[in-house]
Design a protein around this ligand. Sequence first.
Ligand SMILES: [Zn+2]
Length: 198
Amino acid sequence: MEANDWVMKGKTMNYWQYPPQLPTQEEVEAFEDGLVETIPAKLLELYDRKEAVADLVQRKADKAHDLDKRSKIFATALLAEEYREVKIIEKWIKYWLFIQRMIEKRTDPLVEVDLTELDIAQAKAHPFEQIFSNPILKKNRKYQIGLCPFHLEKTPSFTIYLETNSGYCFGCHWSGDTISFRQDKDHLTFKNAVRSLI
Ligand SMILES: [Zn+2]
């Protein structure tokens, strides 16, 4: 694993190698403890680097914009290396995400288990105000109001109805229960949203 570590190759050079073949299930198991720790850090660095390169490409492209035709062709050719780097970074991101998924499937048997009616009922009963990410600015016995997480606003219009444990925004008209809130807010599938609430 270490020999293929992008960090070792990537930090000092501006063109990298593509990721190697994906490891087997046995290899992942053997390196699992280390991988669980390092994959999130690797992903963060890759996302950061991708953003930095994309930024550089944009700045160079902006500069090239005002050049004459011949210089423009030259400047564009110079950008090819950065484009290549972005492609390679994307491949590495996919690579680590795939391995992360392999570990999740192995260590968390629930990933493959279907939800029961009880799970869904429990998820819907999870107190809405506990998962609402913004501060509650007004409240009484029946409802609580805060800034809507789904649209930009200065005066709060997101209302949590305690009786039905549901939410409605008078600004953007989002409405739903705890499950759909989790789905929309955190971009989760229905199944993962339910699992995050029980
Ligand atoms: Zn809203």
